[in-house]
Design a protein around this ligand. Structure first.
Ligand SMILES: *[C@@H]1O[C@H](CO)[C@@H](O)[C@H](O)[C@H]1NC(C)=O
Ligand SMILES: *[C@@H]1O[C@H](CO)[C@@H](O)[C@H](O)[C@H]1NC(C)=O
Ligand SMILES: *[C@@H]1O[C@H](CO)[C@@H](O)[C@H](O)[C@H]1NC(C)=O
Length: 334
């Protein structure tokens, strides 16, 4: 073979390698929106594992009572904001994706969220079976009068994270993700008031994106006016985005083998009241404790305070790269 032939074969294989790299970009695996959401997410109606003053509705009850449904082109998940002194807790909704994922790029376009209301504890999160052995990723979470988002991971022992690559305004509040360690997990307090509660809703909400690979878990928040065009066009390339609001990386000392601590996650939206976080910090939250002596007393007596405690979700899309391993599991939770 002449050198030119070798070179041209080499050239051909380089072109081939280049197109493989391009093919490794993210492509949509699942889209959940007003066309299918309630057939792909199931309602959790058991007692709240976080001890909230809440009565999670079944699908039938949620539909009948108007707590869940398709509205304004999106998916509505609300709470009871009319009943005074509801017995057994205030009506609300908690839904989980039927499908479970390992790795991926998860993009939620949310128009309105609960939050920033005394007594309320909303969350968008993912978690795996046999908690905490397969991990938990809290993408949006906060309690009571919070004006900014908190991002947290919970795992079994042996996972410590660094904040390398995060926005400098986000503070890592804990590096040890072990849920056995007081269950505080490892996480960030974030700075933008457009990322949570009333501030989020005032700008028409926006997008939260979570990228989970073998080496890092990153979270971005884009207010509606600054959603990257590649998200809008469903061809997202996180390498072109701004710095993540929260980036967890396992660090060079092997602080967390992500693949042995995170797998098989269902996606969950919920809104609970009081309980292990909102209730436990009630007395140390002056704006709330001024309203009633306990969180439960306030939540029971003031239904109208919760009219804005609803999620309106435009879509949740799950993308996979060509080289990510995806476990497909169907987990129906009671
Ligand atoms: C609620 O039930 C009604 C009547 O069966 C149905 O038309 C509607 O689509 C349901 N809403 C949701 C969100 O499932
Ligand atoms: C981060 O910590 C600094 C220094 O303690 C503080 O001034 C700032 O408010 C904190 N930011 C957040 C988002 O908690
Ligand atoms: C895909 O593989 C490349 C090269 O090994 C790696 O840098 C990248 O992180 C992988 N992507 C994901 C989403 O795991």
């Amino acid at each position: 073979m002449r050198t030119s032939q070798i070179l041209s074969r080499l050239g051909a294989s380089l072109v081939c390698a280049a197109s493989l790299v391009k093919a490794a970009a993210y492509t949509v695996e699942d889209t959940y929106d007003s066309s299918n959401f309630f057939s792909q997410f199931n309602f959790f109606s058991a007692a709240d594992p976080t001890n909230g003053f809440v009565a999670y509705s079944s699908a039938v009850t949620a539909n009948k009572s108007g707590l869940a449904g398709y509205a304004s082109g999106g998916v509505f998940l609300g709470v009871d904001h009319t009943t005074t002194n509801p017995s057994g807790g205030r009506g609300s909704t908690r839904v989980s994706s039927n499908k479970a994922y390992t790795h991926g790029l998860f993009i939620a376009d949310i128009e309105h969220m609960p939050g920033g209301i005394c007594g309320v504890w909303p969350s968008l999160w993912t978690f795996g079976p046999n908690w905490p052995n397969n991990g938990e990723i809290d993408i949006i979470e906060g309690v009571n009068d919070a004006t900014t988002n908190t991002v947290t991971l919970h795992t079994s022992s042996g996972c410590a994270m660094t904040s390398t690559g995060s926005l400098s305004s986000s503070n890592l509040t804990g590096t040890n993700c072990n849920a056995g360690n007081g269950n505080d997990g490892c996480g960030f307090s974030t700075a933008s008031t457009q990322g949570y509660g009333a501030g989020f809703n005032a700008v028409g909400g926006g997008v939260y994106a979570m990228e989970w690979t073998s080496t890092s878990i990153k979270i971005w928040n884009f207010p509606r006016a600054s959603i990257p065009a590649d998200i809008t066009s469903s061809s997202p390339d996180p390498s072109t985005w701004s710095t993540p609001v929260s980036a967890f990386s396992s660090g060079s000392d092997g602080g967390c083998a992500i693949d042995s601590h995170f797998s098989g996650h269902n996606i969950v939206f919920d809104t609970t009241f009081c309980g292990d976080w909102a209730g436990n910090v009630w007395s140390s939250t002056p704006t709330c404790s001024a309203l009633a002596s306990t969180c439960e007393a306030y939540v029971a007596a003031n239904p109208a305070a919760f009219a804005e405690a609803y999620w309106l979700i435009n879509s949740v899309k799950v993308y996979q790269g060509a080289n990510t391993s995806t476990k497909r599991e169907v987990a129906f939770k009671a």
